[in-house]
Design a binder for this molecule. Structure first.
Ligand SMILES: Cc1cc2nc3c(=O)[nH]c(=O)nc-3n(C[C@H](O)[C@H](O)[C@H](O)COP(=O)(O)OP(=O)(O)OC[C@H]3O[C@@H](n4cnc5c(N)ncnc54)[C@H](O)[C@@H]3O)c2cc1C
Length: 538
């Protein structure tokens, strides 16, 4: 039997249980008292104002909904892609192939969706969304997966306090859009065709090209190549992902906005429709309801270290629905794909045999065949911005603070950005002119803290004093938390995955814990040397 350890990352610790969003409101209010920086722009009421949102991903969709339904804005959403498609999603839908990796929405993202008046429970209860709920994550090495007749190695199961919703990015986008469109139609009908309480209109297949921040106009491409048109806006929301063209246009025109990016060090492929195997509890058994698990399996023998940290190769496995079967994402550092790309299924079969020997035998052929032909995607660059706004512009989600997938927080933080934006607008009395600066005041510390923790997580697999202190503090917290029945809180990196800590608070805890671990290790070292010297003297 594979040894299994169950850790609880309970989030129930009373008064300390703040959310980033709640903390953000306080910060935004504080900036209001000080009056903010720079000359005050003339107030501009949000009610009836024109907001242009670029990008209909998780951040853009939720922000559009908040601004229309909660603040009465006229919102126009533009996306370079076509409409993502309806619910239900056909199993094996080609549209869903694009970045069909397993994203996990935790209480942070789900809380933001609920605060917007949408229903995160419908993501799994409405048939055909191809999402499932998971209540734990299993971490294993390639030779340590639970096996049908008992197996070697070990797996660690981390139980979540709250179940998470797992699905592809595209499935989340469809589920959100479905509800936004439904509410929009209901609101328009209730208002006799003219949605007085704000509106959302979508423009698909129309990429953003440029913006003039002084004139407050944004330019988009029409269907025909080269044809463009411009629209005026009161607020421009950049929610167009890590490669954001809006952010780059703003950076050229706003001296205060400086952005640094680091390229992705991993690439991934998606394998879909594998037959479920009962001994891996990836989803509810056929015909039954219940929870599944999310598996993360790192290579048994790591040949190449990831530049900047991170495991060189991992499989993420989930079963979004019974009809869709098991989805497995193979993520590896660039170097490991070289030599495999353009090769045959045999090369992938060999990779699976050596790196992941305890994957179910029945999957090997199918996985190798799919890996040989599936497209290779970058995991996305990391984005660090000096502020989350420019005049008349706000940066949301990956456009403002993209992190690596290791944190499981990209989409969750993007959804929370929309909530923070809405709360910042409330805090400045519905004045759109004051909003960009307020939003930065409310969100920047958390955005930077998330990025710091992203790097800290990568450092976990590295060598040296900093990595050792981090590992020691993580293990110490796990043991103490278990021994005291949860009185000692789990490590902040564990809570980060669960979504129950503001990012800034989590980063402070991680730093503090690592400093204590260093101090204890140094103290022990000094005591040992002293004891040894004393023994020698006798
Ligand atoms: C392998 C992998 C695993 C991940 N796992 C997780 C996870 O478990 N949990 C989690 O929370 N996050 C996860 N993430 C991160 C998550 O996918 C992103 O952080 C999230 O999608 C960001 O949302 P967004 O709305 O900011 O941007 P995006 O989802 O990138 O959406 C941007 C939108 O803008 C549109 N667009 C782009 N350019 C233009 C243009 N010029 N004009 C008009 N429209 C444009 C795009 O078509 C797209 O619809 C993972 C990412 C990867 C790569």
């Amino acid at each position: 039997m594979a040894a299994e350890m169950v850790l609880s990352d309970s989030a129930a610790w009373g008064s300390q249980e703040l959310t980033n969003a709640a903390a953000a409101v306080a910060k935004a209010a504080a900036v209001g008292k000080e009056g903010g920086k720079g000359p005050a722009a003339a107030p501009r009421a949000a009610q009836g104002a024109m907001v242009v949102v670029v990008g209909a991903g998780p951040a853009g969709l939720l922000a559009a909904h908040f601004l229309a339904r909660h603040h009465g804005c006229r919102v126009e959403v533009y996306d370079r892609r076509g409409h993502p498609g309806p619910i239900p999603i056909r199993p094996g839908d080609e549209d869903d192939d694009d970045r069909a990796f397993a994203l996990a929405m935790n209480v942070r993202g789900g809380g933001a969706v609920a605060a917007a008046g949408l229903d995160p429970a419908a993501f799994t209860s409405v048939p055909g969304t191809h999402m499932c709920e998971v209540r734990d994550t299993v971490l294993a090495r390639g030779d340590g997966l639970p096996r049908v007749g008992g197996g070697r190695g070990s797996a660690i199961t981390i139980a979540f306090d709250q179940p998470r919703v797992v699905g592809s990015r595209q499935a989340f986008v469809r589920a959100l859009l479905h509800q936004v469109e439904q509410q929009q139609a209901a609101a328009a009908a209730a208002a006799g065709g003219s949605a007085k309480g704000g509106s959302v209109a979508f423009h698909w297949g129309q990429p953003f090209v440029s913006a003039d921040l002084a004139a407050r106009t944004a330019t988009f491409e029409k269907g025909e190549v080269g044809a463009t048109f411009s629209v005026e806006y009161d607020l421009l929301v950049a929610a167009d992902g890590y490669w954001s063209r809006v952010r780059r246009a703003a950076e050229r025109q706003a001296a205060d906005l400086c952005v640094t990016t680091s390229p992705p060090n991993h690439q991934y492929k998606v394998v879909r429709g594998l037959r479920p195997v009962p001994h891996l509890r990836l989803g509810p058994a056929a015909g039954q309801s219940g929870y599944g698990s999310l598996f993360m399996v790192t290579e048994a023998k790591a040949g190449v270290r990831a530049a900047g940290g991170g495991p060189p190769g991992s499989f993420f496995m989930s079963q979004p629905s019974e009809e869709a079967g098991v989805t497995a994402v193979l993520s590896m550092v660039h170097a490991r794909w070289q030599g495999l790309e353009g090769g045959t299924a045999a090369a992938y079969r060999e990779l699976l045999r050596v790196g992941y020997p305890s994957l179910p035998d029945s999957w090997a052929e199918e996985m190798a065949a799919q890996l040989a032909v599936r497209p290779l995607y970058d995991t996305g660059m990391q984005v660090h911005a000096s502020q989350l706004h420019a005049p008349g512009v706000v940066l949301l989600g990956d456009a403002g603070h993209a992190v690596s997938p290791a944190t499981s927080n990209g989409m969750n933080s993007a959804l929370e950005d929309a909530l923070v934006l809405s709360q910042a607008l409330e805090a400045c009395g519905g004045d759109l002119a004051a909003l960009p600066e307020r939003y930065t005041a409310a969100r920047l510390e958390d955005a930077h803290a998330l990025q710091w923790m992203d790097r800290a997580m990568s450092a976990l697999v590295g060598r040296g004093g900093a990595a050792a202190a981090l590992k020691a503090s993580l293990v110490a917290r796990v043991i103490l938390s278990k021994a005291t029945g949860g009185w000692v809180r789990p490590h902040a990196l564990v809570l980060l995955k669960d979504g129950s800590l503001p990012y800034g608070e989590a980063a402070r805890q991680v730093r503090r814990d690592a400093a204590v671990a260093k101090l204890v290790a140094t103290g022990l070292g000094v005591a040992l040397v002293a004891a040894w010297l004393k023994g020698k003297a006798h």
